[in-house]
Structure formats: C-alpha cells, structure tokens
Design a protein around this ligand. Structure first.
Ligand code: IVH
Length: 706
C-alpha cells in the first residue's frame, strides 16, 4: 500500500504515520536547501518558501513531540553555521607586530631589546630581516607529519577553520617532508596572491560579471575563505612560512634555523630573508627591499626584523599583542592628489567632532579613497584647506587616509574657507565645547555636550559595542546597527538581546537587505553572544581610556563581573580604598580610574549596564594557566635588580600568572627587593609582607615550573 502524499494535508489532519513521513521529507528538503544556501551560495527557493517548510516542520513536531527526529532541522538551528566557517581556537595566540616608520625607530627597537636582555656592549645581537607580505596569515597544524587543520588568524585568539581550502594550495604540503616528523608542528605564514594573478582574476571576474577585488590581499582573503574549496583550488594562491605556534619538539634554536627547517620540510620560504648583525645592515636591507618593491610579483608593505636567538625571544616575550622581539619596518605611505568637494563633521562615541574631507574619488595604492580625516579644527587651520582645494592625501596600511597639505598653485578662485561648526550637527544642535587640557589650555578636540541625548554618540556607542574586538556579532555591523537605531529598534545595547522576541512586531525579514534566513542567522549569532568573556565585555562598554589592553588588565585583576562591577560602583561613590586597590593593578592609573568613576557616576550608564547584564552570562576571566608557585600572587619589585631588568622581571612574573603591582598593600604577597630599595621595603615590613631577595625570588619561581 502506498502512502498518500502527506505534504498537502494540513498539520491538524495528519495521522501519526503521515506525520512521520512528513518529518522525514522535511528534514531532507530543508537540509538540501541549507546546503545550497550555505555551501554553494546558491539558494533555489525564496526565503518565504523556505520558512514555510521550517514552520510546517515545527508545527508537526509540536503536535507529535515523540516523532522529533535526531536530524530534525529544528534541532540544528543553533548549530546552523550562522558563521559560515567553524571557529578554531588557536593553541598559541596569533599576534601582530609593532610598527616602525623611521630608521631611528629601528635603532630604538634594537636598543630596547639590548636593554631588556642587559646585553654587554661587546655582545652582538643578530636579527633576521625579511619582507612583510601583504596577504593574510594562516596557521597549519601537522600531527605526526600530517596536515590536520588550517585556520585563519581571525581576532588572534580564534580564527576560522579553512582546512579544506588550504589543502588545495600547492605551496602547502599535506605531509611534512622527511623522516621523524615532530609530534605536533604548527607552521604559520602568509597566504598571498601574486599581482599578476590578481589582475588576471579580476579580468575574469569582470568578464563574468562577478565581484572585483580591490587589491591582491583582498582577493587572497576572498579566495581562501570560500565555502566551496574547489573555488579556492581554482585561484592561484601562494604561501610563505615565517613563524610557528605549538611545536614539539622544537627543531632549531634560532629564527633562521626554524626557517631553514621549514624549507627542508617542504614549505616555501621567502628567498629574500637575510640575517643581519647590526642596525646598519638592517637599514640597508630595508632600502634594498624597498627599491625592489615594484618589481616583486607580490605586494609587500615593509620588512620584518626578528631576534634570531629563540631563547632571547622567549625572554623578551610580549607586550599586549606584539612581541618585544620583532618589529615591522614599514615603507612610507602611498600618496595621491585630489580635490576636496566638501567637509563633513562626524561625531564619535565620546562626542568628539571630527572633520572629514569628502574627496573626488582617487586610487591610492590600489584602493579607491573618497574620504580623508582632517582630525580637528586646528588641523584645518594649520593646513589652511578650503572647499575646492586640491590636496595631497596619504594612505598607510589600514589607517584612515589623511590630508597632508594643500597644493596652493591649484587653488581655484571659488575656493571657500571652511567654518568649523559651533553646534553639533545632531538634531539637538547642542553647543560644542573645546576640551581643556590638564594645563588649562584649550585642547584641539571639540566635543558635543549632548552626551546621551546626542543620537550620534549613541549610535557610535552601539557601533563600538558590536565591533570586532567587542561583541563581534556576525551580521550586525555598522550598517545594520545604524538602521536599527534609526528605526528605534535598538537604542541601547540591551535591546540587541531583546530583538528576537520583538521581531513579531518589527518583522526584520521584510526589510530590504534581510530575509528569513539572514534574520534567523542574525538571531542565532546574537544568541551565541549571550555568553561573553569578561575582558570583551568591559571593552565593549566603551568607557573612555579603557581600550583592549586596559580591559584585559581589569578583567584579570578582578576575575569576575560582580567583583569588577562592585569596585566600579564604589569608586564612583568616592570610596578611596577601592580606588587605591584598582590603582594597584598593573597598567591601571588615575586617568582610567577617573574615567571609570565618571562612567559609573552617571545614573543613565548604570541603568544601561544593569539592563544589559540581565541579558548576559559574563564569563570569569581565564586565569593564566600556570602551575608556578607565584601564579595568582601579587608581587611588587623594588630597588635595582641585578640578574635581569625590572621590565624583564615583570614580564616573567606575569607570564607565570602573577600580578605585578606598583605599590605595597595588604594584598601584596611578595616584595622582591634589590639594593637601594626604599619606602616600599619599609611598608612591606610594616605590613608583614614577605620580602625576598632576587635570588630567593628565582628559587621560588623555579618551584613547580619544572
Ligand atoms: S611575523 C608574532 N613575519 O604581519 C609575530 N608577520 O602585523 C608573527 N606578516 O599577522 C608575525 N609578513 O599577517 C611576520 N614575514 C612576516 C610577515 C608577517 C607578513 C603579517 C602577518 C601578521 C602581521 C603582523
């Protein structure tokens, strides 16, 4: 007996057997649509038709809960790749590099390294020097010699799983060459597209009416991040190995040794790399590479110097996201000339008014530029720029293009001087005030005094809240936030998390640029962010002077949101002891504390924070993994140290999970005192805090570190 076609029968009339067949059909059909949508970027049904299928599935399941299938589409909603690629947490963070522009900054870098390591004058410091490739960095994990995972850098902590894609690159071996492969080997480097391949690709894309890429870096990124690895395979991508993550055992003791080892194991390494043993040699290398820049078939934007000895790299460690043992020496920014059509005022998150020159579009270093910052009113005056002027602009890396100067010979008679507004361009037209500096002078920054009433500031706050280093909600960028704000769907952060239940009224899926699927993805992405790391959360609040590094220091210092929140409220209420405690945290000073006090001193902000935290689960700060005897302890260094510099001692203590404080309090566990220690030593004795000599400190540090 054949089953009647159940797809036409209303849900209320289905028999159990028909319902079972329907659920099976719907699972298969919705699954097929999902694949076409997510993996092939080629849906074959309208959003509305797709949604009707899902609704029917849910209704049937509502009537027959016992029939819900293991592979039901309703179960896979959360796991649906709302982000298209799976996320991968890096075993060792992927960091960025500090920049140097002038030769003198390179000399300072070398001096810093020498000072940190306390190198005697006759000890040579050797550096590798290599081109800085303008592509995207990737990490490749090999286990027992086999490639098991490829991931993009992402935010440095978490990237995207692009294993299938990297496997298609000819420069990336699927198996390490040679015998005795290390158990674990993570090779890092740059995926790039040659300039000639980029031009040819754009030619093909144009002919096919497809997306045109702005520059080789974008096209490399776009080509690697393809859900269909066959597309990646069709794009000519290269890979240079220059760094590593987890590696056991270590095959070499120097940077240059590691690079040679990569080559021996089957990787492409940059042929221009050199070893330099003086600042002069490094600068000569920089000039030589700059001279070759145009004739190389891949884009580079500078050179990178790295301390060659790996034991020194380890001692030098990191500051924030940058290694102390490496620096990027950038090439000068690219320049162009164009005409200023107008000057707009943008109001930032903190109310600062920034004039922006609207330009006749011009290509600078392969990118079309239409806006350039003029920073502030003083800068407009200094440049003497008028509307209609021809100006020189420059663009360096990812920074906003700047106006450098006016070409006076080209000034037309009609050029109009610009008058800086005295009122905010927001609908409130609030008065604009010039900030006064610490010395009482008028500062350069003009601010809108509207604060929370100023819609520009509000929307900028929201943009900051969802930005990459803050909540980073996929599908909720500046464009969407601006729309939601204008429609008054989201006027403060907490409302992002109440959007979904309010959508019955809002009907986001009916807005231009949205559909059933994208709205569902957005809600999934928002839901996924209801759990958030403490440091991200603190950063997302957007308090002035609380950037990423400060937020991290605060998160580590307080460990949990309740502890931090309480401290903030106390400080705002004028509690001196809590203030002193916060001041005691490394990297936290008066400016930050004043800003926190001001923020939590505002009733309006306290409300925003309360409504927001009610929607979230804020995860406690991760304790630095360490079995060292000093993990979690608070240490103060005082007097001069003889075995290492104060900076190095501090960095080492932090690496082992200790907190380094600037002054002694009841919370101090150890004071490490060298010769010449003064009042801090006295205070430690008064408070009964353990005082250690430098040697005793090293003995302590070695405990448990083995
Ligand atoms: S070393 C811990 N070497 O530059 C330092 N980076 O600004 C690891 N890059 O994310 C990076 N060429 O994408 C290094 N020869 C090179 C590089 C290079 C390009 C990129 C890389 C990194 C960024 C840092």
């Amino acid at each position: 007996m054949s089953m009647p076609d159940a797809s036409k029968i209303p849900v209320v009339d289905l028999t159990e057997a028909q319902a079972k067949a329907e659920l099976e059909r719907l699972a298969a059909e919705i699954g097929a649509h999902d694949r076409r949508y997510y993996q092939e970027d080629a849906p074959t049904v309208s959003d509305a038709a797709y949604d009707a299928l899902r609704r029917r599935n849910e209704e049937i399941e509502g009537r027959f809960p016992a029939l819900v299938r293991a592979d039901s589409p309703s179960r896979s909603v959360g796991a649906q790749p709302s982000q298209k690629f799976a996320k991968v947490r890096h075993t060792v963070p992927m960091l960025s590099l500090g920049n140097a522009f002038a030769d003198a900054e390179v000399a300072e870098f070398v001096e810093r390294v020498r000072r940190f390591l306390r190198l005697p004058a006759d000890e040579r410091a050797v550096f590798t020097a290599e081109p800085k490739i303008d592509g995207l960095s990737c990490t490749l994990r090999y286990e027992n010699g086999r490639l098991v995972r490829g991931a993009t850098r992402g935010d440095g902590t978490e990237g995207e799983d692009v294993t299938a894609n990297v496997r298609t690159l000819a420069d990336i071996p699927k198996e390490l060459r040679g015998k005795n492969a290390p158990e674990i080997c993570e090779v890092r480097g740059e995926v790039y597209m040659t300039k000639s391949a980029f031009l040819a690709l754009n030619e093909r894309q144009r002919a096919a009416g497809k997306q045109i890429f702005a520059n080789p870096r974008n096209s490399a990124a776009g080509s690697l991040r393809q859900l269909d690895a066959a597309i990646t395979a069709s794009r000519p991508l290269g890979f240079f190995a220059y760094s590593w993550g987890e590696m056991s055992p270590m095959p070499a003791q120097t940077q240059s040794g590691m690079i040679k080892w990569f080559a021996a194991r089957g990787f492409k390494i940059n042929p221009l790399m050199q070893v330099c043993d003086s600042i002069d040699a490094m600068l000569v290398f920089h000039h030589e590479i700059e001279a070759q820049r145009g004739s190389l078939d891949y884009d580079i934007d500078g050179v990178v110097y790295k301390v060659d000895r790996l034991d020194w790299q380890e001692r030098l460690g990191f500051v924030s996201r940058n290694p102390r043992w490496a620096i990027a020496h950038k090439f000068p920014a690219e320049k162009a000339t164009t005409v200023v059509k107008d000057i707009d005022i943008q109001v930032g998150r903190t109310g600062a008014l920034t004039p922006v020159a609207k330009l006749e579009p011009v290509t600078v270093g392969g990118v079309v530029v239409q806006n350039a910052t003029l920073h502030n009113a003083d800068e407009i005056e200094r440049l003497g720029v008028r509307l209609g002027d021809t100006v020189t602009i420059q663009r360096a890396g990812d920074v906003i293009p700047q106006v450098l100067g006016v070409i006076m010979e080209k000034r037309p008679k009609s050029a109009k001087p610009y008058k800086f507004p005295s009122r905010c361009p927001c609908p409130l037209h609030t008065a604009v005030v010039r900030e006064t500096t610490a010395s009482g002078e008028e500062g350069a920054v003009a601010r809108c005094t509207g604060e929370f009433a100023c819609p520009h500031q509000k929307v900028e706050h929201l943009k900051h809240f969802v930005s990459r280093r803050a909540f980073d909600i996929e599908g909720l960028g500046e464009k969407q936030i601006t729309l939601f704000f204008e429609q008054e769907w989201v006027t403060e952060p907490a409302q992002i998390f109440t959007l979904e239940p309010r959508n019955a009224r809002i009907k986001l899926q009916e807005q231009e640029g949205f559909g059933e699927v994208s709205v569902r993805n957005l809600f999934n992405a928002i839901r996924a962010r209801r759990e958030i790391a403490l440091e991200r959360f603190i950063y997302a609040l957007g308090m002035r002077h609380v950037g990423e590094t400060t937020a991290r220091a605060l998160a580590r210092g307080y460990g949990s949101w309740p502890a931090f929140h309480e401290a903030c409220l106390r400080i705002a209420a004028g509690d001196a002891e809590t203030r002193a405690e916060m001041d005691n945290l490394d990297q936290i000073g008066e400016t930050v504390i004043d800003s926190i006090a001001a923020y939590f001193g505002e009733k309006h902000n306290r409300g925003i924070v309360e409504r927001l935290t009610a929607q979230l689960k804020i995860l406690d700060a991760e304790k630095p993994a360490s079995d060292s005897a000093v993990a979690g302890k608070t240490v103060v260094f005082t007097g001069s140290l003889e075995k290492m510099t104060r900076d190095e001692a501090k960095a080492m203590a932090e690496r082992l999970g200790a907190k380094v404080a600037g002054s002694v309090s009841q919370k101090t566990d150890y004071v490490v005192a060298g010769p010449g220690a003064g009042s801090k030593l006295g205070k430690a004795k008064d408070l009964g805090v353990a005082v250690l000599s430098e040697d005793e400190w090293f003995d302590l540090v070695r405990q448990g570190a083995s």
